[in-house]
Design a protein around this ligand. Sequence first.
Ligand code: FAD
Length: 437
Amino acid sequence: MADSNTSYDAIIIGAGVIGAAVGFELSKRGYKTLNIDKNPAAGYGSTSNSCAVIRVHYSTIPGTALAYESYFDWRDWAKYLDAEDERGLAEFHETGCLVMKTESNGFLEKICANVEALNIPFEHWDAKQVVAALPAYDMRKYAPAKRMDEEGFAEPTGGEVAGAVMFPNAGYISDPQLATHNLQRAAEARGGEFLFNRSVVAIPQKDGHVTGVELDDGTSISAPVVVNVAGPHSYIINEMAGALGDMNISTKALRQEVVHVPSPEGMDFETNGFVISDSDIACYCRPETGNHILVGSEDPECDGHEYVDPDSFNQDFSDQWTVQAYRMAQRIPSLGIPSKMRGVVDLYDVSDDWIPIYDKSSVGGYYMAIGTSGNQFKNASVAGAIMAELIGYCEGGKDHDTDPMTYDLKRVSHPLDVSAFSRRREINKDSSFSVLG
Ligand SMILES: Cc1cc2nc3c(=O)[nH]c(=O)nc-3n(C[C@H](O)[C@H](O)[C@H](O)COP(=O)(O)OP(=O)(O)OC[C@H]3O[C@@H](n4cnc5c(N)ncnc54)[C@H](O)[C@@H]3O)c2cc1C
């Protein structure tokens, strides 16, 4: 149990899926680690409400390579953890992910080039194949996505979606909190420690270098390395550390609503469905337990962006729930919209270009794995490994800002230039600027 007399090699602020993975990967490398979280258990922050979609297609090559490398850890989760969890292991439902070809995603030409470059399997489907797999689907086009109060809402705009691409190496984790608990147990098996129900309130420094953290109960814990993995609170922790000065990319908390609706009569989406990204209606969906369909927004312009204070935001559903459910019903006309709203309201920690920051900082010994922008649950294992390597690289005397570290993605056979995730990068214009990353 951590107390003021204990010192650690590294303190990780946060025990969400990324924070727990950083703790695990550092403890695997022999660091004495402490994850601190103000919540009562691991994965109780934004991770707990993650849709936990695992997919391999991204807008950039580094994003795609990172996702594919991480996929292998979900596929062999028990082997990756190499540790027991009394609660059992999280399950990867490898359903595949179908992505509609639309004007707004350039009919997936760039995405297909990215996956092809990395030898990631995919198949082209025409509209008939989509309807054969999903008989309840109506392929009429509705783009551009609209809100309910806009003229033309729910009116087809002419023609049909031409087809889609199926990525078989994809699916979802049904219990993201359990996956995080698994990582906690794996870290603990290597000597990692976790402290819950305590907030970090200060990050003391000496000669430009962190010396540890101070907690809300007055405890001080020392460590030469502190890692900000505070999710939607990331900018608050960066402010606390005085690390904002040289950052070119900022992070903010963005409110999101996710809809759960029952599958229509005769449709067993839970058994036969898959992850579907449909930019024509600007929604993504996946099977949810109880034969429900989980529906998220793909952040079209009409949905607006509600940036909030992560300690005080509206946790009730709003019109956004209804608009997402109705947009899904454009594709599945037999979908019933229940009067009782079900789903989740939570926060993304969004960066300016919706690409994460996995980096050092201007403060000695202070690192950050933040800006996960609603799309990094899937990358937790490799993000954790990159952070652990980066900490070794920088603490060993290298300057990642001027001499960027390369991380070898072994299963993808791709050397990843980690400066793609730098806090000082220019905004990446190749990004989708949405949850798609
Ligand atoms: C609705 C929703 C849907 C999503 N869907 C997907 C998806 O389908 N696929 C995907 O890959 N990603 C998805 N994501 C994103 C993914 O869930 C996140 O990127 C990931 O969970 C972030 O993990 P984390 O550990 O960085 O943050 P969090 O889980 O938010 O953990 C941060 C922790 O820091 C703690 N903390 C903050 N401040 C302090 C402090 N001062 N002291 C102590 N502790 C502190 C918090 O209590 C919290 O537990 C989704 C996210 C949301 C919200």
